[in-house]
Design a protein around this ligand. Structure first.
Ligand code: COA
Length: 197
C-alpha cells in the first residue's frame, strides 16, 4: 500500500493538541497527549492506515485518518506499545470516573463492527480557526480520490449520533447516507457510508 503523508514528531505534537481540542469526547484523547502523539506516528507508519495531513505553511491545521482494517485498529495500536498504553490507561482509570464508565461500557459492548473490513475514516478534524474554509472538504476529496484510485467503491465514517447536528449535516451535504448505529464506550454513534469512484 502506498505510504501516507509523513508525520514528524512536531506534526504529531500539533495533531495531538488539535485532536483534544476538536474532539473532547474522544476516549483516545482522554489517555493524554503522549498517547495521541504515539497514535499519529503509529498510523502514519502503519501498512493498514493512511494519513492525510492538511497544512498551512509549517502549521498542521487538520487531518484525516483512513483505516483498511478498522475492526481491530485499537487492538493493533495497543499491541504496538502495550506497556505505554497500559500505564496511560491505568492513570486515567484511577483519576477519572467518566473514563471508568467509558471503559466499562466498551467491555460490555459487542465487538462486532458494522463496517466490517471496508475502509473507514477513523478521524477527521480541522483546527477551530481554520474551519468553514473548505479544509475539511479538501481532506475528504483527497481521501476519496485515493480510494477510487485504489479500486475502493465505498467507505464508512462514525460520528456521534447525539448533539452533533453540524457534523452530521457536514457529512449529509457531502453525500454520506445513514448505514446504522453503533454503541462505542457507552455513546451512540451514527454509521454513515459514501460511495466513491
Ligand atoms: C467537521 C469538520 C472536519 C469540517 O471541517 P471544515 O474545514 O470546517 O469543513 P469545510 O469548510 O469544508 O465545510 C464546512 C461545512 O461544515 C459545517 N461545519 C460543521 N461543523 C462545523 C464547525 N464546527 N465549524 C465550522 N463549520 C462547521 C459548516 O456549516 C459548513 O457547511 P456546508 O456544508 O454548508 O459547507 C470540522 O468542522 C471539525 O474539525 N469539526 C470538529 C471535529 C469533528 O467533529 N470531526 C468529525 C468527527 S467524525
Amino acid at each position: 500500500m502506498a505510504a501516507g503523508d509523513r508525520v514528524s514528531r512536531a506534526d504529531a505534537e500539533q495533531l495531538a493538541r488539535l485532536h483534544r481540542a476538536a474532539m473532547p469526547y474522544s476516549v483516545l484523547g482522554a489517555l493524554g497527549t503522549a498517547t495521541l502523539r504515539r497514535y499519529y506516528r503509529w498510523v502514519a507508519r502503519s501498512a493498514d492506515e493512511r494519513v492525510f495531513v492538511s497544512r498551512d505553511g509549517d502549521r498542521v491545521i487538520g487531518v484525516a485518518v483512513l483505516s483498511f482494517r478498522p475492526a481491530n485498529v485499537i487492538r493493533r495500536f495497543v499491541m504496538a506499545r502495550p506497556l505505554s498504553f497500559a500505564t496511560a490507561a491505568l492513570a486515567r482509570f484511577v483519576q477519572d470516573s467518566a473514563f471508568r464508565r467509558q471503559v466499562r461500557a466498551f467491555l460490555a459492548e459487542s465487538s462486532s463492527n458494522d463496517a466490517g473490513e471496508a475502509p473507514e475514516l477513523l478521524q477527521i478534524f480541522v483546527a477551530a480557526e481554520a474551519r468553514g474554509r473548505h479544509n475539511g472538504t479538501a481532506l475528504l476529496r483527497r481521501v476519496e480520490e485515493w480510494l477510487s484510485m485504489h479500486g475502493h467503491t465505498r467507505y464508512y465514517v462514525r460520528t456521534l449520533a447525539d448533539n452533533n447536528a453540524s457534523t452530521l449535516a457536514f457529512y449529509d451535504r457531502r453525500g454520506f447516507a445513514a448505514a446504522g448505529e453503533r454503541l462505542f464506550c457507552g455513546s451512540r454513534f451514527a454509521v454513515l457510508v459514501k460511495k466513491v469512484g
